[in-house]
Ligand binder design. Structure first.
Ligand code: ISL
Ligand code: CA
Length: 629
């Protein structure tokens, strides 16, 4: 148990607590300051009181009150004993994320659909995939492409029918592949029957399903901002109340403190589990517990994080309670897998959310890998793989056997990792293969996002009219007032989620074979696609097949001890994976320049490389896997 923190607590004590570690780590990350600063005795011995006095011009008192409250809200300390690892299917599975709207269109309306996915299951099986994560397919007005659910029990008519879903699930299972669904329960669409009823019927039994609050002087109840620009509140004249939406104006936050909400959600989860789905990816699941009375956010934190109020809901007071209850009422009844999407949560909080002894989630997606320190998604900068090295070492060396990492580069919310590192595409193929070597040989569960196996890169969208993502369009509208149209579009282009949402490219036919109709978004076709990569023995796709089959045939890459070597050697990532006598050695050049091996050239038996030959040093982005006999 952790003792209570006060304004007199010292930074070094705070940093030892799970919440304190992650909050301080995150603030330093956002500011681009190395966490070495914390080890400086002068800094470590600073009390919050002194810090408050030193920063009173930029940080007001409320921040320190909030921080102390947050620190004292978490009494548990993660277990870090070196227990044996418990083997689970989801610790050794290759996951493949499908964004249904852009995967494959079967009925020619320009929108991907379930029958389109069924037609591509052989391709997915051939790649070596063990589990599919399917982004939302439920009935939705598509304000946020399905993350605004109108009916949890109905398949969107754009994607097909419930029979089509049953066919898909049967076809997936018949191939020995598992299916996990996207569970969006932090909010519903404003067109959901619960919300409609709450707004239109004064005595509605759903009126406490949402955050509908009175407010005075025609102002929102607090200063929280939405992730999609603007205030996080809508005003409803009919009931003279304000409704909370952390995301789009049509995505209304559910009030998880209402037991009736939780009961309805658990009923829905069990409906899908009874149908045989194998688990869920839980959308922004760490946001579900909001601080009582929704206090206004600290302006300094708001500026630093880009969103005001986040400190009051990213790790709320009842988060663990609700996750334990959810697991007991649903997942554990079907031995179902759960991975939480948890923006803002660091390594220590991740342990308290996923420890096998905690009975909450099995795994989380942590986002600290996605952007370099001091940078945010809409910044234009070159991603240095030495940061990825630092991240992998940090997590692999501190995430014990009670926990298991998810490993991903791309998803439907981010630009392509390849383009962050090399926007020129000069190293596209060799870099894509290097990233594959790292993702399938460090310790953790690999999650591929559709197109990553082809070496997909960002798109050169020409104007805001090319974009479809509500987040991008809202951001453009708010930026253009100050930056003007051109600069606003340039800023949005660097981070738009649409880079990842353009249709898959299957062959050389029109629209890359994605649709015979007009695609819902212009895909700006690349010269590569699945068909021509299938035929090319040296393609990224065929390399992914090789590295996936290596990963699946070698236990050491799933459960083996990982040891990093030459950690201080810039541009070089080297580690071994050992288990039951198997000993593999992985070496990666994280730069485009040649590197001399500090350990000499006599290593062992070469198993896999992204270069045809070996010329006595590591060339640009060269990666090699060796067996040490
Ligand atoms: O990372 C982010 C904020 O820190 C955002 O890119 C992202 O919106 C956030 O991670 C939440 O994403 C999830 O919830 C959103 C939906 O738009 C995203 O597609 C989904 O992945 C609201 O449901
Ligand atoms: Ca379609």
């Amino acid at each position: 148990m952790i003792k209570s923190f006060t304004i007199n607590s010292k930074i070094k004590e705070i940093y030892k607590s799970p919440v304190g570690h992650d909050v301080i780590y995150k603030i330093l990350l956002q500011m681009g300051i190395s966490e070495i600063a914390i080890n400086n005795p002068i800094v470590g011995n600073l009390s919050l009181k002194t810090l408050r006095a030193l920063t009173k011009k930029s940080i007001d008192k409320s921040f320190f009150d909030t921080l102390i409250k947050l620190l004292n809200s978490e009494k548990d300390v993660p277990l870090d004993d070196n227990c044996d690892i418990v083997r689970k299917w989801w610790k050794e599975a290759v996951f493949y994320q499908i964004y249904p709207k852009s995967f494959m269109d079967f009925n020619g309306d320009g929108i991907g659909d379930l029958r389109g996915i069924i037609s591509k299951l052989d391709y997915i099986e051939d790649l070596g995939v063990d589990a599919i994560w399917l982004c939302p397919i439920y009935d939705s007005p598509f304000d946020d492409n399905g993350y605004d659910i109108r009916d949890y029990f109905k398949i969107s008519k754009y994607y097909g029918s419930m029979e089509d879903f049953d066919d898909l699930l049967r076809e997936v299972h018949s191939r020995g592949i598992k299916l996990i669904m996207d569970l969006v329960v932090n909010h519903t669409s404003d067109e959901h029957i619960w919300f409609n009823d709450a707004i239109n019927d004064k005595n509605s039994k759903y009126k406490d399903f949402y955050f509908l609050q009175e407010s005075k002087d025609n102002l929102p109840p607090n200063n929280w901002t939405s992730f999609f620009s603007g205030s996080a509140w809508n005003y409803y004249k009919k009931i003279d109340k304000w409704g909370l939406h952390l995301f789009s104006k049509k995505q209304m936050d559910l009030n998880w403190d209402n037991a009736l909400v939780r009961q309805e959600i658990y009923k829905m989860i069990n409906f899908w589990l009874k149908k045989g789905v194998d688990g869920f990816r839980l959308d922004v699941i760490n946001y579900i517990s909001k601080e009582k009375d929704l206090p206004s956010g600290d302006e300094f934190i708001g500026k630093l994080m880009g969103f005001c109020g986040i400190e009051h809901y990213f790790y709320g007071p009842k988060l663990h309670e609700y996750l334990k209850e959810m697991r007991k009422e649903t997942f554990d009844k079907y031995d179902s897998f759960s991975v939480g999407e948890t923006p803002g949560v660091g390594i220590q909080m991740s342990k308290l959310l996923t420890g096998d002894y905690r009975k909450e989630l099995d795994m989380v997606f942590s986002f600290d890998i996605l952007e370099m320190p001091g940078h945010a998604r809409f910044d234009e900068y070159i991603y240095d793989l030495n940061y990825l090295k630092k991240y992998m070492i940090e997590w692999n060396e501190n995430y014990g056997n009670h926990y298991f990492m998810s490993l991903f580069y791309d998803n439907h919310d981010n630009p392509r990792m390849l383009s962050k590192i090399d926007p020129s595409n000069k190293y596209r193929e060799v870099l894509a293969k290097l990233l594959a070597i790292i993702q399938f040989t460090v310790k953790g569960t690999p999650f591929l996002f559709q197109g990553q196996e082809l070496g997909a890169v960002n798109k050169s969208f020409k104007s805001i009219d090319d974009l479809r993502d509500i987040e991008s369009i809202n951001l453009y509208e708010s930026l253009r007032k100050t930056l003007g149209d051109e600069k606003a579009f340039k800023k949005v282009l660097s981070g738009t989620r649409d880079h990842a949402r353009v249709p898959m490219q299957w062959n050389n036919l029109e629209n890359g074979g994605f649709t015979k109709g007009v695609p819902w978004i212009n895909s700006y076709l690349d010269e590569f696609n699945a068909e021509n990569e299938q035929k090319d023995g040296n393609s990224v796709l065929n390399f992914y097949k090789k590295v996936i089959s290596l990963y699946k045939s070698v236990d050491a890459f799933k459960y083996g001890l990982i040891e990093f070597k030459y950690k201080k050697y810039k541009d070089l990532l080297v580690y071994s994976r050992k288990l039951n006598g198997e000993n593999y050695f992985v070496e990666c050049n994280l730069s485009g320049k040649n590197i001399k091996r500090p350990y000499g050239n006599d290593i062992g038996e070469l198993v896999l490389s992204n270069y045809e030959d070996d010329d006595g040093m590591l060339r640009g982005y060269e990666g090699k896997v060796w067996i040490i006999r």
